[in-house]
Design a protein around this ligand. Sequence first.
Ligand code: PMP
Length: 408
Amino acid sequence: MNRLIRRLDGDERVDLLRAARESDVNPYFRVMESATGPVVRVEGTDKIMLGSNNYLGLADHPAIRRGAQDALDRFGGAVTGSRLLNGTMDLHLELEAEIADWHGTDGAIVFTTGYQTNLGTISAVAGKGDMIVVDAAAHASIRDGAVLSGATVRKFRHNDVADLDSVLSEPIEGGGAVLVIVDGLYSMEGDLAPLAEITAVCTRHRAALMIDEAHSLGIFGDRRTGAAELFGVADDTDIRMASLSKSPSSTGGFIAGSDDLLDSLRIHARAFLFTTSGVPAAVGASLAAVRLIRSEEGAQRADRALANASTLRTGLVEAGLDVGAESPVPDGGTATSPIIALHVGDEMEAIALWRSLFDRGIFTSAALHPAVPRTGAMLRLCVMASHTDDHLRSAVDVISQTVAEGAK
Ligand code: PMP
C-alpha cells in the first residue's frame, strides 16, 4: 500500500468519528426522512428540529415549492453547463435583478453554492502581494478563499476591533491592497460582528471590507438584507456576500455590488467559471424565496424567528444554562439571533448530550473542533419562524432536564 493511502488510517478526527459511530452516538450524517419543518422525521421518529438553518421556515413553504416545481417543469433536472457557457437561464437574470434591486447595488452575481461564492470571489479579487485580514471565527469558505488567493493571510481575535486595528497597522509585506473579511452573524456563537466599528477601522486604514451575510440575510435590517443594513454600513461595504441556503432555504450564493466588481468576477472567479450552474429547481426556489423575504410575510416571519429565539434563549437562561450573551446593536440595546450556542466545553460530553436529546426527540447540531476551538464544544440550537410556543417550551424542558441529569 502506498504512503498516502496508508496514512488515512490513524487520523485523529477519523478515529473520533469511528468511535462515535461504533458507540452509536455519532451526531453526524443522521438520515432525514421528511421536509425540513419545525418537526422532522429522523430515522423513524419525529424530532423537534433545532439543527437547521431554515430560520424563516421557508423550506417547505408552498410558494418556494411552487418556484422549484415551475423551474423543474420548464428546464428539467439540470442545465449541464457552467454559467459562462450554456448554464445561464432567464431565471438567473431575474434572480440577479431581484437581488440587486433588494440591495440597491448596480447588480448581483449568483454562484452555485455559498461556499463557491466565497472561494471564487476572494481568490479573484485578491492575490500575491495583497493582505487579507479575517476574523478568527470567520467561516471555513472565507479562510479557504483567502488561502487560495495567494495573498498574505492574517487573523484578528474574534470581534476584537482593537486587534483588527493593530493588525492593520502593521506594514503590508507585499505592498498591495488590503481586504478585511467578516461574517455579519457568526454561524456557531450566533453573535453579530460590531460592524460600525469595523467599518470605521477599515476606512481609516483604507482597507476594503467584505461581509458574509449567510446567516443574517432575511433576518436583520428593515429590508432584511442583513447585518450591514442593521448597523447602517451597507453602503460602506465593498463586497456584500450571502448564501441562498439558510433563510432563503434553497442552494446557491451571491455577491451584490458594483458593475466593476461583478464583471471582474464574471471573468476571473474560477469557482463561478469552472463549475456547473445550480439546478433549475434551486434557482426557481431562490427567486421565490427572495421575493417572499422582501414581502410583508417576510417581515412577519423575521419578527417571529427573533421572537422564537428570545423565547428559547430566555427559557434556557432561566434554567441556568450557558448560552452566551446577546450582541450589542446601534440603538444601545442588544439583539438576539436565531442561533443560540449551548456551551458544553468537553467534546465527549457534548456528543453524549447530543445523543440524549436525540433520544428524547430534539435534533440539535454538535459543533466540535475544528468548527469551534478545541475546548469549546457546543450544541448549536437554531429556531425557525414556524416553531410554535409548544415546540419551544418542550425543547426548553427537555434540554434543561437532560443537562441537569448529566446527559444520561
Ligand atoms: N458562509 C457562511 C458564514 C456559512 O455559514 C456557510 C454555510 N454554512 C457558507 C458561507 C457556505 O454557504 P453554502 O452552504 O451555501 O455553500
